[in-house]
Design a protein around this ligand. Structure first.
Ligand SMILES: *[C@@H]1O[C@H](CO)[C@@H](O)[C@H](O)[C@H]1NC(C)=O
Ligand SMILES: *[C@@H]1O[C@H](CO)[C@@H](O)[C@H](O)[C@H]1NC(C)=O
Ligand SMILES: *[C@@H]1O[C@H](CO)[C@@H](O)[C@H](O)[C@H]1NC(C)=O
Ligand SMILES: *[C@@H]1O[C@H](CO)[C@@H](O)[C@H](O)[C@H]1NC(C)=O
Ligand SMILES: *[C@@H]1O[C@H](CO)[C@@H](O)[C@H](O)[C@H]1NC(C)=O
Ligand SMILES: *[C@@H]1O[C@H](CO)[C@@H](O)[C@H](O)[C@H]1NC(C)=O
Length: 539
């Protein structure tokens, strides 16, 4: 397995034996950013259960101080929970890659081992005491040996970066917003919630599997199968593996709707979160809103021969670019290598007509939004034959095309006005009839393939979105979609009038590092007194 050195600009590559390195690498990287020291610690190759060799305690005392209430456990470099979390994220990434490579056996073993680790985390969250090495050792070893197998199959580079996606994203945000509160805490603080999330996941999954009534209940609900296709209703889609976020997006839409019975939510998640989502939305009613849950692994059409993103995920040169930064003298800033957007749930937004072949108009919501108004008007807004209704972002700031795309490239220069106004993903009205008619997925594939060498754009789903929907985007009134709740201060008038508030940025409201002043906007729609949430020690 390879690792990236602490200084991302001058990657050091080294053979190491074990998975614990990922923990070390990311902690080193975080420390590096936080403390802005130039020294890096020496390497230390040790057993699977070994821990980073340096202490976070000074860091805590000097940097985080009084305002942060984080459990001792999470601050401790010896946190077993953190190690389990790291293994889980890495394993989740390998599941995707193993499946794409048709190694179903490995995918299955990984999935079941992920569940074992989640059960351990769940137990710890329920009893509110840290995990001990003793009780976790076997599971950690078993997982390590599976991960080792995956690594032998040369999935290692891809897996590494997928696992690190959250951390790299967090680094990126920290670099962008060093002065924001979020930058002080970073991932350390962010990790307390996942333990509770895993607990919730395990509880819900076992409820689901052991409770036929519940399964039947959902089936009954979906007898309204007709509703899923009825184009007179209001169809929303959310692509997410985060149960809390999805629940709030749906609940807030429902609470503020004048006709909740006309609302249909279509969730697409991954294999691992599938039962969790099913159980949660069968157990809870959101004012009669219809909720459908699918997993993208079930979409046969979504395969490497069709979707360039999946093909690129398998391409070793791409992997090494995104995941390791080789063939790169370090001139590309780390944020441009962010692998987040190689995640399939992220790219699913380009396949909405394929996901919902019967639908004509869909409102796409990111999972980190909260809805404050009735959204039914979005379904009658005239898009003037455009495909994408979106809020433009060039008014307040300078988010024009030249900011996102490489205008030295002749293809870009020839096709796109550099001063064209950018727009935001997160609350988009998509006209699927026009989409199919104009073959917009084909346009997306064209650009995604042209960017194989990453000279058109570096990062994200927004640049390919800007290319794909160029000339096909209808600007919406800005109050439909207000951005910035995850990293900046927002004008109170905009908050008051906003229909959809978007917590884009690192300070997600479900994390400790969420911005306190904006958390209530979101928490209002989260029932923390729910027995399951109580049991899992949320808040
Ligand atoms: C590995 O860690 C153990 C204690 O956790 C220590 O005794 C041992 O010397 C370490 N081995 C190496 C190679 O650093
Ligand atoms: C942390 O928060 C919990 C409850 O939110 C509280 O009981 C505890 O006293 C806090 N600890 C510190 C050190 O502030
Ligand atoms: C891959 O997807 C294409 C179209 O999306 C489909 O025709 C083909 O059968 C799929 N291949 C597999 C192996 O499922
Ligand atoms: C922009 O495109 C040009 C022309 O293809 C290419 O030489 C250059 O490397 C690209 N810039 C970046 C930052 O990729
Ligand atoms: C859509 O575009 C793709 C790529 O440009 C092309 O291969 C495909 O045949 C087109 N489909 C239709 C229905 O025109
Ligand atoms: C949904 O939101 C309402 C009101 O804001 C809240 O009372 C309720 O508990 C929430 N439901 C769930 C399941 O979180």
């Amino acid at each position: 397995m390879r690792r990236r050195g602490a200084d991302f600009r001058r990657p050091v590559r080294r053979r190491v034996q074990d998975v614990a390195w990922w923990t070390l690498c990311s902690v080193v990287a975080l420390l590096f950013i936080y403390i802005l020291v130039t020294t890096t610690k020496g390497s230390n190759t040790n057993s699977t259960t070994s821990m980073p060799p340096f202490s976070l305690r000074n860091f805590r005392n000097e940097r985080i101080m009084e305002s942060l209430n984080i459990t001792e456990e999470m601050l401790s470099p010896d946190s077993v929970a953190r190690q389990l979390n790291d293994q889980i994220s890495l394993a989740k990434a390998f599941v995707v890659i193993a499946k794409e490579s048709n190694n179903l056996q490995l995918a299955l073993s990984l999935t079941s081992q992920i569940q074992n680790l989640q059960i351990l985390l769940s137990n710890a969250a329920t009893r509110r005491a840290p995990l001990t090495i003793m009780e976790s050792e076997k599971a950690i070893h078993d997982m390590a040996s599976l991960l080792y197998q995956a690594q032998q199959l040369h999935y290692d580079t891809a897996g590494m970066i997928m696992r690190q996606k959250a951390k790299i994203e967090s680094l990126e945000e920290q670099m962008n917003y060093v002065n924001e509160k979020s930058s002080k805490y970073g991932q350390v603080a962010a990790e307390e919630v996942p333990k509770s999330l895993y607990c919730l996941g395990v509880q819900l999954t076992s409820k689901w599997l052991n409770n036929l009534d519940l399964q039947n209940k959902l089936k009954d609900k979906l007898q309204s199968d007709m509703k899923l296709r009825d184009n007179n209703l209001y169809h929303f889609c959310v692509f997410s593996d985060n149960i809390l976020a999805t629940s709030v997006a749906i609940n807030s839409t429902a609470q503020n709707s004048k006709n909740p019975d006309r609302i249909v939510f279509h969730i697409v998640t991954d294999e691992i979160s599938y039962a969790v989502m099913k159980a949660w939305f069968a157990l809870n009613d959101f004012r009669g809103v219809t909720v459908e849950v699918q997993k993208y692994e079930d979409f046969d059409w979504l395969n490497a021969s069709y979707a360039p993103v999946l093909k690129q995920l398998q391409d070793s040169e791409i992997q090494s670019y995104y995941f390791r930064g080789s063939k790169d003298d370090g001139s590309t800033p780390i944020k441009f290598r962010n692998p987040k957007y190689l995640s399939m749930l992220n790219h699913l937004r380009f396949y909405i007509p394929e996901v919902f072949p019967d639908l004509k108009r869909v409102v796409f919501l990111d999972d980190d939004v909260v809805v404050q108004k009735d959204l039914s008007k979005l379904f009658s807004i005239d898009l003037n034959e455009n495909v994408n209704g979106a809020v433009e972002t060039c008014m307040e700031t300078f988010h024009r095309y030249h900011k996102y795309l490489n205008y030295s490239h002749p293809l870009i220069r020839a096709h796109f006005d550099p001063d064209a106004c950018g727009w935001a993903f997160g609350m988009n009205v998509f006209d699927l009839v026009q989409w199919r008619k104009m073959n917009v997925t084909g346009i997306y594939h064209y650009w995604q393939e042209k960017n194989i060498d990453r000279t058109l754009w570096k990062l994200g789903t927004l640049p390919p979105g800007l290319l794909t929907f160029y000339g096909l985007t209808e600007p919406l009134d800005p109050s439909w979609h207000v951005l910035g709740f995850g990293y900046t201060s927002v004008d109170p008038v905009l908050i008051e009038n906003g229909a959809v508030l978007h917590f884009n940025g690192n300070s997600k409201p479900w994390l400790k590092i969420g911005m306190e002043k904006y958390k209530p906007l979101w928490e209002k729609y989260m029932d923390y007194s729910h027995p399951l949430l109580q049991q899992c020690n949320f808040h």
